[in-house]
Design a protein around this ligand. Structure first.
Ligand code: ATP
Ligand code: MG
Length: 762
């Protein structure tokens, strides 16, 4: 016991060992909220107050759920696999799989991620001849998600004019179509679970008596529906332990309601409100910067943070002349950190918007530094992966029309738009899915469609007793996706990604506890017996008790994982790499060194929010989150010009700089201006800022190494038949292997083989 608690300060200790009543831990960044929550779970189990399966813990991301499980296994000699620790979405998915019949869903229901949802809506509008200029698909999507996040079905939404009535009618139609296809969107996972538990008393009582302790991290970012869900799960008995920080509420745009904190205090009759004021994460200058900044917000519950860690280094601020130079500087500084012994995993580059990552990635790539991007284009969102997943989805649930349309003619098998139209007409006429409508289509179209159905059925048959990774491998071949990309010019990367999908499947089954030999299609019937539990009324309940294998086949589980795994790139998992992500995605995480790029008006604070004070306050909280990720070193950069969405912007530095204490900032100001890469080059006052020197060196030292490429140099303007004019920004390799990165403006950056590409000097 001693070892669990001895590292806590008195307030943390009090929080960890509170009696079984609801409690709110309100505290600033880095004060140990997550650590307290995890330790409390361990303490409750160790002292025998609860068994591991009596705990329900909600985290904000899959990454933090995994981390919590790892920490718990380190603290306790228990098997944490199968514990109910996860995100709202993950936990709801699990409940719905176990109780799919009661929830009115097929067992193999599939999850639409936000990209899928948008294309689903476009298809719905088209099929119903709705003018998508008058009812833009995105607006409808926000409308539907907004209503669901408040717990409202179409019939419960108040429509006050014709336009709204139409949106409500479309919402209704959307739900019907989802039901027909056996698919659910993210918000539906929650709403469906909420409705299931409100309606089904035995089930509700069963889970209420099972989960005596509910713990929830990042409570400030729960939305209305999540809060209602929590109340339902808790009933009158459970002790709910909520931890949060109002200063880190950054999801208002998605319906998060920081007001849930005060509602919680009254509705759960919170007697224990604990504040933690000691920060264990950041050095003094970093903390002072964060504290001073957040002071500028008006609506705060008010907390203080102090540290014993000493001032540490000042926060370094760098002004770049262009985004390319900014990226270059960040890269050089990161290289220095690595050279000084920092591990790459401990360096994060944060940005406000995903669009910023491209230039940074390019600079890192050119410097040969491994990096890992969270968010942005996720592995499971790549086109080739989506195609492969669609085949797997059809094998698991053939009524998923989105999956059907994605691959019915990909790779091309002569099924044209006309055939699809005929099929859609038949599906409408008989009110069935596209897959089920195939037999109603006559003629040549009918026979090509039937051949596609045979392909899916055949794949299902051939793989039925195989473990998931083998199944994926075979589907890649049978679908002809592999051979298709083999013939494509730039197919090599795609093939590599498809191979990564097999590795992702292997990793998944080992992490989730599906034995390697478990057939991918085996459902609950052939899995270890799930427990049947009689509740107080003697009603037998199939409980989603142990690990996932009892409620989902490996294939269904893998497909859910592909939709739910937010912002993680499987292909790069496990590598020691620099961490790139948006500030939103960095919530709850910490790193020794943090770079925050693009601190400019219009970008951070973002232009969408800088008009209203409430918007600026949310941006300021976001900046507070960004700053407080850093333990030892923090770097902030901004740039005079930036290419974003194809336009060059001329930016003013962010107003946030005026809100941070001068004493904690160290400005690295440019001294000499010279031409560099056709833009502006700066040198710096401070000799130790090696970044500047390194840039200067690479500038002075052309990387041409052989006579073959000697006519090419960095900075050279060139013309290309297809891409037009561009400028060489980097040359790598030599001799016949020499390749250049060339920025072609509106065509973007290209990597061309200098021996092959027909380039002209201009
Ligand atoms: P955030 O608001 O960013 O989510 P948090 O309040 O959840 O932060 P934690 O991530 O739990 O903070 O803790 C921050 C860091 O401080 C972690 O590295 C944690 O291990 C460490 N820490 C917390 N409490 C203590 C303590 N009593 N002694 C030493 N280190 C501690
Ligand atoms: Mg935390």
């Amino acid at each position: 016991m001693q070892n669990l608690l001895h590292n806590l300060n008195p307030e943390q200790l009090a929080a960890v060992t509170l009696p079984a009543q609801s409690a709110l831990i309100l505290a600033g960044a880095g004060s140990g909220k997550t650590r307290v929550l995890t330790t409390r779970i361990a303490w409750l189990i160790q002292t025998g107050q609860i068994s591991p399966n009596g705990v329900l813990a909600v985290t904000f991301t899959n990454k933090s759920a995994k981390e919590m499980l790892t920490r718990l296994s380190a603290m306790l000699p228990i098997n944490t696999r199968g514990m109910w620790i996860g995100t709202f979405h993950g936990l709801c998915n699990r409940l719905l799989r176990a109780h799919h019949r009661d929830a009115g869903l097929p067992q193999t229901f599939q999850i639409l991620d936000s990209g899928d949802q948008l294309s689903f809506i476009k298809r719905l509008l088209k099929a119903n001849n709705i003018d998508d200029e008058k009812y833009p698909p995105k607006n409808l999507m926000y409308f539907i998600n907004g209503a669901k996040d408040q717990g409202l079905r179409a019939a419960q939404v108040d429509a006050y004019d014709d336009y709204n009535r139409k949106m409500v009618a479309l919402y209704d139609l959307y739900d019907l179509q989802c039901q027909r296809e056996g698919v659910v969107d993210f918000a539906e996972l929650l709403l469906r679970t909420y409705e299931l538990l409100s309606r089904n008393q035995p089930l509700r009582e069963h889970y209420q008596s099972r989960f005596k302790h509910i713990l929830i991290d990042e409570f400030q970012d729960t939305n209305d529906l999540q809060y209602k869900w929590l109340k339902l799960m808790a009933g009158t008995q459970a002790a709910v332990f909520a931890v949060g920080d109002d200063d880190q509420s950054i999801y208002a745009f998605r319906g998060a309601n920081v007001g849930n904190m005060s509602a919680f205090e009254t509705e759960f009759r919170v007697q224990n409100l604990i504040k933690l004021e000691q920060n264990y994460r950041s050095h003094g200058h970093i903390l002072d910067t964060a504290n001073a900044l957040i002071e500028h917000n008006s609506r705060r519950l008010g907390k203080n943070l102090r540290t014993d860690a000493g001032h540490g280094e000042q926060v370094r601020v760098f002004e770049a002349s262009s985004d390319i130079q900014e990226a270059q500087w960040i890269t050089e500084e990161a290289q220095n950190l690595i050279r000084d012994g920092s591990s790459r995993n401990e360096i994060a580059i944060l940005y406000r918007s995903n669009a910023q990552s491209r230039v940074i990635e390019h600079a890192l790539f050119s410097a040969g530094i491994p990096y890992r991007v969270y968010g942005g284009q996720r592995f499971f969102e790549r086109a080739e992966i989506k195609h492969a997943i669609a085949y797997l989805q059809l094998m698991d649930n053939p009524h998923n029309d989105s999956a059907f349309l994605r691959v019915v003619n990909f790779p091309a098998r002569g099924i044209g738009a006309r055939s699809i139209e005929a099929l859609q007409d038949a599906a409408r006429q008989y009110n069935v899915s596209l897959y089920a409508a195939v037999p109603y289509v006559a003629g040549k179209a009918g026979s090509s469609l039937s051949a596609f159905v045979k392909l899916i059925e055949g794949a299902r048959f051939e793989t039925q007793n195989l473990p998931l990774p083998e199944m994926v491998q075979i589907v890649l071949e049978l679908s002809t996706l592999l051979s298709h990309y083999q013939t494509e010019k730039e197919g090599a990367d795609r093939i590599e990604n498809l191979e990564q999908l097999v590795s992702a499947a292997t990793l998944f089954i080992s992490e989730e506890g599906f034995g390697h030999d478990a057939p991918a299609f085996a459902g609950p019937s052939s899995a270890p017996a799930a427990s049947l539990i009689a509740n107080a009324q003697g009603v037998e309940i199939f409980d989603a008790d142990a690990a996932l294998p009892t409620v989902m086949s490996p294939l269904s589980a893998f497909l859910s994982h592909a939709s739910l795994e937010a912002g993680d790139n499987q292909a790069q998992a496990g590598q020691d790499a620099l961490q790139l992500m948006t500030v939103h995605a960095a919530k709850g995480l910490e790193f020794d060194s943090v770079f925050i790029g693009g601190l400019e008006e219009g970008l951070f604070p973002h232009e969408n929010s800088s008009q209203e004070e409430a918007g600026v306050e949310e941006e300021r909280r976001l900046m507070y989150v960004a700053i407080t990720r850093a333990r030892k070193r923090l770097y902030m950069t901004f740039s005079q010009t930036r290419m974003l969405h194809g336009q060059t912007r001329y930016n003013l530095r962010s107003r946030f700089f005026d809100e941070m204490p001068e004493a904690s900032l160290k400005w690295l100001s440019p001294r000499v201006q010279a031409s560099w890469f056709g833009r502006t080059k700066s040198a710096w006052d401070e000799a130790p800022e090696h970044g500047a020197n390194a840039i200067a060196q690479s500038f002075n030292k052309p990387s041409n190494k052989s006579s073959n490429q000697s006519i090419w140099r960095v900075g050279q303007n060139v013309a290309h038949a297809k891409f037009g004019e561009g400028v060489i920004v980097n040359i790598e390799g030599s001799g016949t292997n020499a390749r250049a990165h060339i920025n072609f403006g509106k065509f973007g950056m290209k990597l061309l083989d200098l021996g092959i590409a027909k380039l002209e000097r201009i």
